[in-house]
Design a protein around this ligand. Structure first.
Ligand SMILES: NC(=O)c1ccc[n+]([C@@H]2O[C@H](COP(=O)([O-])OP(=O)(O)OC[C@H]3O[C@@H](n4cnc5c(N)ncnc54)[C@H](O)[C@@H]3O)[C@@H](O)[C@H]2O)c1
Length: 701
């Protein structure tokens, strides 16, 4: 049963009971309306209390019904809310913990509302590219006032009940309970108090006006347009709330419904819903059940306090987990500490971190030059130089000193994790934790599963990633793992585009117009072009058949490593971070093309985008086939959270699905005919070819 019914004297109590958050799926909606019927039919019942069991009043729609017919099956949420309004006996919503989306809309359909302190209240639909679809845009302005309601609807973030209760004239809560424990008794008391009051109050009857509506909504639209480029839902939130102020309630409800349904079909909403599901899917590992025992991680040691080590350490300090930094020399420790302090101080200056919190975090940090001091660490993360010899020394030492059961993680970007594990006598305890730079900011964490990595180790690291607020995606062992193996193909294509006549700025602008945060050449200048140079030099030895444009080598030979040297693909005059087109680079490219004997051609932005994005897609299909990535949506998560792929396109795999895999493969076949490109690479990966032949897609969303 997904909603329980009981009576406490003359009050019927209906308790939503659909774990984890009392999602309003079909069975729950049905049970709720049955409860209402029963209460109304029982002459001994004078009033009704509606509440939620466990961790929520209600988190809203049941995500398991997303996009399925069950979501609309009667009684749908609109009908349930109508049934509440029509109840002949007063309904008191007793809200606690989580009141979100449809849960809040349901509460606003009740006659009275009482909330426990600390309730998280939100209409988060905008985060899925939607507007609230069951009266939220029409009722919230009536109870909170237009501006407060619009802010909540446009932002979608939870607001605490105490804050909302302080809004002047608010009618969302009739009462705030003294505590979570007293919520139910106080709700029962309120129900008895109002049992005979008639007429029953309805939110729909409250006035909804803004004293200077024209100016306010104009202002709101300008604000929203500036921050929500490419996303249609936020502006529709403004439209819907404006309608609430200008039309009769019923008319507003119809218009809200129409906008909601139209948004449901937009590619942007599809993308955001896909990513919502993808994030949850990424935390599941087929052969590692949720109840796999986890190890306790109460102390972390960090080997190496360089660019990555410092940032990684901050994640744990932020989560309240003590960290010990180990370096070879005192100066390196000092440098690492200074960077951590500088990062925190910048946050304090911006008002993002309270000075006390900063002190608390720093108090969790200690340093050492001796391995003996990290013997008791539960998790050790290595972020030393990217050289196998150095990693070998570190892991042999860790194997010698660390307590049994300690997890030994490497942040390597390119080295073979299985080989690293083999330097220890406990390969089951070794795992890859591939953070992205800056590690205290970037959401992505690739969790690299070695051949012998223990299931409990994997489960522990996946759970820990949530604690440190990262999006973890599991990758098998291969050169570059998921993200960097794909980006290498993308970078190769970017190079070929230069060979054929594009300028770096043309390529960057085209892909940035597609929605990437930064094009490949600006990215190279930021990360340091010498990194790719080192990788290519290795490739030239190991894979002489793999062709690259030599333009990037020519660039590095000029010492143009990027922002850090003041010059890269672009010029950066006197410490400026904004790129300026470089005459030196254009001349270098002309010479380079002349040496290749290339007759340049005009390349369209469409071709640039297709070649860059489809190179990701084809490599990703290989990764799926090889089992390096478990599912297409994991790859989308990697690209959205680690590589600046446009959120509203849902990641490269969903994008390919939406273009149509037949069309994607068609383009690959055309690219394979270009003698300046890499015909072998453009052979569709077998998985991709199979999906096209079977008329299927990567994702089933
Ligand atoms: N920089 C990035 O963008 C990035 C991203 C992901 C992963 N990584 C990986 O992270 C690791 C570290 O990279 P980084 O950029 O922080 O390098 P870095 O050069 O900034 O820092 C490495 C630090 O390790 C210390 N170190 C070297 N050998 C040591 C030893 N034996 N014991 C203790 N400390 C030692 C050095 O003193 C230095 O402070 C590499 O494996 C790299 O591939 C880097």
């Amino acid at each position: 049963m997904t909603a329980r019914y009981e009576t406490q004297g003359p009050v019927a109590v209906i308790t939503l009971d659909n774990p984890p958050v009392n999602g309003l799926g079909h069975a729950t909606r049905l049970a709720l309306t049955q409860g209402l019927d029963r209460a109304n039919a029982d002459p001994a019942v004078r009033a009704i209390v509606l509440t939620g069991a466990g961790k929520a009043f209600s988190g809203g729609a049941d995500i398991r019904e997303f996009g399925k017919p069950a979501a609309l099956a009667e009684p749908n949420l609109l009908s349930v809310i109508l049934a509440c309004e029509h109840s002949a006996k007063p309904i008191v919503a007793a809200m606690h913990s989580v009141v979100m989306g449809g849960g809040l809309e349901l509460a606003m359909g009740c006659h009275y509302r009482i909330a426990a302190p600390g309730c998280a209240v939100a209409l988060p639909e905008v985060k899925l590219g939607l507007i609230p679809g069951a009266g939220g845009t029409q009722r919230l302005p009536r109870v909170l006032g237009v501006e407060a309601a619009l802010n909540m609807i446009v932002q979608g973030d939870p607001v605490k009940s105490e804050l909302l209760a302080q809004l002047p004239g608010q009618k969302l809560f009739d009462r705030i309970a003294d505590s979570a424990e007293s919520l139910l008794p106080q709700a029962l008391a309120l129900a008895l108090e109002v049992a005979d009051v008639r007429p029953l109050p309805l939110v729909r009857h409250l006035p909804c006006k803004h004293p200077s509506g024209d100016a306010y909504f104009q202002f709101a639209r300008n604000m929203v347009k500036a921050v929500a480029r490419n996303l249609p839902a936020p502006i529709k939130c403004v439209d819907a709330v404006e309608i609430a102020t200008r039309s009769a309630f019923e008319e507003g409800m119809l218009r809200e419904r129409e906008m909601f349904i139209n948004l449901m079909w937009t590619p942007q909403s599809r993308a955001l819903r896909h990513l919502f599901a993808a994030e949850r899917a990424a935390s599941k590992i087929a052969d590692v059940p949720d109840d796999t025992p986890k190890r306790t991680i109460a102390q972390v040691a960090m080997i190496g306090a360089g660019t990555m080590g410092g940032g990684i350490a901050m994640n744990f300090l932020n989560a309240g987990i003590p960290v010990k930094l180990l370096e070879m020399k005192q100066e390196a420790l000092e440098r690492g500490l200074a960077t951590i302090r500088k990062n925190y101080e910048a946050q304090v200056k911006k008002g993002k971190l309270k000075p006390e919190k900063y002190q608390e975090r720093m108090a969790l940090l200690s340093t050492t030059l001796s391995y003996a001091d990290i013997a008791q660490a539960d998790l050790v993360i290595e972020a030393v130089f990217e050289e196998m010899g150095v990693k070998e020394k570190v892991f042999r030492e860790l194997d010698r000193v660390c307590k049994p059961g300690a997890i030994l993680a490497s942040n390597t970007s390119t080295l073979d994790l299985n080989a690293i594990a083999a330097y220890t006598g406990r390969p089951q305890d070794v795992i890859g934790m591939h953070f992205f730079s800056p590690a205290n900011v970037m959401k992505l964490l690739e969790v690299v599963r070695g051949q012998h990595t223990g299931k409990d180790v994997l489960a522990t690291v996946m759970a820990l990633s949530k604690k440190i607020k990262k999006t973890a995606v599991v990758s098998g062992v291969c050169d570059g793992f998921i993200g960097n193996r794909m980006i290498e193909q993308y970078a190769r294509q970017a190079g070929f585009l230069l060979d054929e006549g594009c300028t770096p700025a043309q390529v960057d602008k085209a892909i940035e117009a597609f929605g990437f945060a930064m094009g490949p050449f600006r990215m190279g200048d930021l990360a340091g072009n010498d990194i790719g140079w080192a990788i290519r030099k290795r490739r030239y030895q190991e894979q002489p058949d793999l062709r690259y444009s030599a333009s990037a080598d020519r660039l590095c030979e000029l010492g143009r490593f990027g922002q850090k040297t003041g010059a890269g693909w672009y010029d950066y005059p006197a410490g400026q971070r904004e790129p300026v087109v470089s005459a030196v680079v254009l001349e270098m490219l002309d010479k380079h093309r002349a040496a290749l004997g290339v007759k340049t051609r005009k390349i369209s932005n469409e071709e640039i985008v297709q070649r860059l994005v489809y190179s990701l897609v084809n490599e990703a299909a290989h990764l799926l086939e090889e089992g390096i990535a478990a599912r297409a949506s994991d790859i989308d998560m990697v690209y959205i959270t680690g590589y600046g792929f446009p959120l509203w396109r849902g990641g490269p795999m969903l994008y390919a699905d939406s273009v149509g895999l037949f069309n994607v493969v068609g383009a690959m076949k055309r690219f394979a005919l270009n003698p300046l490109d890499d015909a072998a690479f453009w052979q569709p990966a077998p998985l991709l070819a199979r999906l096209v032949a079977e008329g299927k897609t990567f994702n089933n969303t």
